[in-house]
Design a protein around this ligand. Structure first.
Ligand SMILES: Nc1ncnc2c1ncn2[C@@H]1O[C@H](COP(=O)(O)OP(=O)(O)O)[C@@H](O)[C@H]1O
Ligand SMILES: [Mg+2]
Length: 221
């Protein structure tokens, strides 16, 4: 099977006024549709940087990013945004929900500029799917941590991405709630053939993943 996402020879350097930090060093990485891969490593090892490069939120200093076999490294900002919306859903440790919006409205946010009349129905279906059909009108402060993360997962799926990128998705959840979120990732990758790439400290993730990649000091081991 072919890779839905790939990094080739990727280096990322941050120039912080004098000192240059090499956050990624010659990173090669790939994931196939439906694959669940975890990226583990100590704090500061480059995990978030790698996820940002995979998600087209940041560009490498050197090397190539491919989405579905296409080189997307040198696209304009605008084209990059289009490809990001088409291919990628993001999930963050701290959920990043908008506090004044309902669960349903939060899930609809990534569609707001798309003028899409089916968005509300899709958002409702997704919230039902993640077990929150009875919480559509609740605001984030009326939801538990696990429920907030489920809203964030539904939001990440609204544009039918082929890749889900998650930065410490269970970091703010207790073990059992974390497990239910991981069960949901597992279901999504099996049913929708979505590649799930999760950066984590959580050792229980490796019970769910096909593969674990270890990042130390910017290098894949
Ligand atoms: N915007 C930035 N500017 C300068 N240095 C950065 C920036 N982002 C990350 N770094 C540095 O790059 C390295 C990797 O960071 P990061 O990817 O956040 O690691 P992790 O997510 O594994 O904790 C660290 O040394 C960090 O200080
Ligand atoms: Mg990080």
């Amino acid at each position: 099977m072919s890779n839905i996402i790939e990094l080739r020879d990727v280096w990322k350097r941050y120039d912080t006024g004098g000192e240059v930090v090499e956050a990624l060093k010659d990173v090669h990485f790939h994931a196939e549709p439906g694959e669940f891969v975890s990226v583990m490593g100590p704090s500061g090892s480059g995990k978030s940087t790698m996820l940002n490069v995979l998600g087209l939120l940041d560009t490498p200093s050197e090397g190539t990013v491919l989405l579905d076999g296409q080189d997307v490294t040198d696209l304009s900002d605008r084209e990059m945004t289009t490809q990001r919306k088409r291919f990628i859903g993001f999930i963050f440790q701290s959920f990043h929900l908008i506090p004044t919006l309902s669960a349903l409205e939060n899930v609809e946010v990534p569609t707001l500029f798309g003028d899409d009349p089916t968005a509300r129905d899709r958002a409702t279906e997704l919230l039902e799917r993640v077990g929150l059909g009875d919480r559509l009108d609740h605001r984030p402060d009326q939801l538990s941590g696990g429920q907030k993360q489920r809203v964030a997962i539904a939001r990440a799926l609204i544009n039918e991405p082929q890749i889900l990128l998650a930065d410490e998705p269970t970091g703010n959840l207790d073990q059992e709630t974390g497990r239910s979120v991981l069960d949901l990732f597992d279901e999504i990758r099996r049913e929708d053939d979505v590649a799930v790439i999760a950066v984590t400290h959580d050792p229980q993730l490796s019970n769910y993943t096909d593969r674990t990649v270890e990042l130390i000091d910017g290098r894949i081991q």
